[in-house]
Ligand binder design. Structure first.
Ligand code: NDP
Length: 394
């Protein structure tokens, strides 16, 4: 049996590690081409050695020496920097995991699609900032994009054998995060530690905070629209504290198809890794009689304005998603650094969207890698100003 050649971008992160866990359990099926990481060179080197990767790449030039030293004598090639990440995406591979966090994930994903590789997409920022560009690249090169986010994997699975034209609506669920029941005033005072205390999922730091603010869900609404080619009003959010129903597809005959699974990303990762086969996965089997009840409630867009902002971004189209992502990233950095409060993050994003909505060139025709990068830069500067203003007022 020929082994499938796989590369993992963002191998040292939460999704990357879960992917390597699955690959490592089945060494006869997979040949590891490239593993990439950021500053965690020890972990990157350890995994590259253990899995016999062809090449290990750190995104940071200043980590090159440390990675080289950690892989001395291993036979694994070593490279560093953004250009090296793109070169790693040029290496022939059947399947590539896109699990870099943030806007930095877009360019390597596009490069992989240009070679016709299957792209397992965890990096939601790619679709939010440049969904039309990414999906057009896949279509142009006959490459497939498989969703890894649990909600989108759930929709994808519920749609097997169905006609997308028969879909009336798609409902993605949100746990509601640690502040689901908190009044706004208490949320405004929330600490980083409290925001990191997710009730159901173990994830990277940034997505965990985004889950608490529902910015994660806001990005997922946009992701759903882009991935499945839906209109903004076809995508709904339902708060579901148990996080076991990940998404529900509503068809025009009134039927609903729900997907349930454990709150373990290895389910969605494994589905994408083995697609179109379903293979055994080492995840918990749900015992619904033990779970007893599943709750659903409407989200409160007053306390969680990120959801309203996502709708505005979808209606604006074009580069509004790039503005949204960059402003959110900058606001998140400021919250992590203790510069602004938890609820200030949405205020910053709203201020930036309002300010930049009058910029020329935010139209749909101008979504290119260069324009996305330029918009990202401008939106971060604008967010920096909004953060300064908020701090002066405080
Ligand atoms: P983590 O923060 O755990 O990992 C991020 C990875 O990206 C690490 O390998 C990190 O390297 C690397 N990285 C960081 N900055 C850069 C950069 N500038 N250039 C290149 N590589 C970089 O994130 P997650 O695994 O949680 O999430 C990854 C993506 O998947 C995100 O887009 C997230 O929204 C999405 N996602 C995550 C889910 C989850 O359960 N975690 C669920 C669904 C989607 P290092 O750590 O070595 O510095």
């Amino acid at each position: 049996m020929t082994r499938r050649r796989v590369s993992i971008f963002g191998a040292t992160g939460s999704i990357g590690q879960s992917t390597l866990d699955l690959i490592g359990r089945d060494p006869d099926r997979f040949e590891v081409v490239a593993l990439t990481g950021g500053r965690n060179v020890e972990l990157l080197a350890k995994d590259a050695r253990a899995l016999g990767a062809e090449i290990a790449v750190t995104a940071y030039e200043d980590c090159h020496g440390a990675l080289k030293a950690a892989l001395a004598g291993s036979g694994v090639e070593v490279a560093a920097g953004p250009a090296a990440l793109l070169e790693a995406a040029d290496r022939p591979a059947d399947w590539i995991m896109s699990a870099i966090v943030g806007a930095a994930g877009l360019a390597p994903g596009l490069r992989a699609l240009a070679h016709g590789s299957t792209l397992a997409l965890a990096n939601k920022e790619s679709l939010v900032t440049a969904g039309p560009l990414l999906m057009a690249a896949a279509a142009e090169h006959g490459a497939r994009v498989l969703p890894v986010d649990s909600e989108h994997s759930a929709v994808f699975q519920a749609l097997v054998g169905e006609d997308i034209g028969a879909v009336e609506r798609v409902i993605i669920t949100a746990s509601g995060g640690p502040f689901r029941d908190w009044p706004f005033g208490r949320m405004a005072e929330a600490t980083l530690e409290q925001a990191l205390n997710h009730p159901n999922w173990a994830m990277g730091q940034r997505i965990t905070i985004d889950s608490a603010s529902l910015f994660n869900k806001a990005m997922e609404i946009i992701e759903t629209k882009e991935f499945f080619g839906l209109s903004p009003d076809q995508v709904e959010v339902l708060v579901h504290p148990e996080s076991l129903v990940h998404a529900i597809v509503g068809f025009r005959d009134g039927g609903l198809m729900a997907h349930l699974g454990p709150a373990d990303m290895r389910h969605a990762i494994g589905y994408a890794l083995n697609w179109p086969e379903r293979r055994h996965l080492p995840v918990e089997r749900l015992n619904l009689s033990k779970i007893g009840q599943l709750r659903f409630e409407a989200p409160d867009e007053k306390r969680f304005p990120a959801l309203r902002l996502a709708r505005e971004v979808m209606l604006a189209g074009g580069l509004a998603g790039a503005v949204f992502t960059a402003a959110k990233e900058r606001a998140l950095d400021a919250f992590i650094a203790g510069e602004i409060g938890f609820t200030d993050m949405a205020q910053v994003v709203e201020d930036v969207l309002t300010k930049m909505s009058s910029e020329p060139g935010l139209d749909a025709a101008s979504i290119t890698l260069d324009n996305v990068a330029q918009t990202d830069h401008l939106a971060r500067l604008c967010a920096g100003d909004a953060i300064k203003t908020l701090r002066t007022k405080a």
